[in-house]
Design a protein around this ligand. Sequence first.
Ligand code: ZN
Length: 297
Amino acid sequence: MFGEYIDSHNHMHALNWDEWELLGTTGMRAAVLSCGNPHLYREVWDEAPGYDDIMRFWEGPVEMIRALEAQHFIQIRCAVGISSMTRVSDWENLLEEMPGFLEDESVVALGEIGLDPTQYFSLTWPMEEQTTCLEAQAELAKKYDKPIILHTPTPKKSKDFLGDVAVQADVPPEQIRLHYMQKDLEIIRKTGFDEAKVAVDHTDATTVGHIHEHTRAMCAVSIGSALRPLQPAQVIEWVERFGPDRIMLNSDHLGYRPIDILSVPKTLRAMRNAGLPEEAIRKVSFENARKFYNLAL
Ligand SMILES: [Zn+2]
């Protein structure tokens, strides 16, 4: 028996029916969908998505939630954001639409957002503009009292239809994640947003210590993507070293690259096998996410 869990960040709106059923029958009680990214699907973009595109990416999952919950018995909530992973045009107009979503009870967070040195589909987004857009979104999160899911960039390799996304930044690849996380947090802090309501996502060995020792943020661990080959043993070591109070698991599942569909249940099984206390397992796989997003479960 795997045990129940909350997937605190994924893009399972890009997955198919059978995958939802598999997740629902192997312990997923709730999930938070990060909405707004055009690169989740197996589609090619030759120009930057704009107002109509991003509105569709936000509205689609929000409108689908009720049907999906009833069909798969998983509580689904959404996060909406203007991500820097792909360049977005008309983002100023999209900012004006965000309050309507943030007031919706099915939207529990703003995100995923965060500076990124490279964009998919070779559609480069100047850093100054990304910075302005990030700051404006942090202001909205503060005003509407919603937590932030903070994306941290993965040093990427060129990939067929996603365009040239190899790192071109001045920062060495092994420092990319920490470097941009610090820049993001600086921008977010300036707005007066409560740092404890930031989930710094895609934690790796370069950021886990910094998040615990120098910030009050939640440490979100993405375990289900082939792009970040993170093993359950690494997560177990982090929970033992830093304690379970500020770590929460997610799969970050999406539709355009290989995923391990059962990564979260497998990690629960490995934590149990390693002898972690049940209370610690419950915190990192369920309780921390429930409290962070204020979910009624
Ligand atoms: Zn994501």
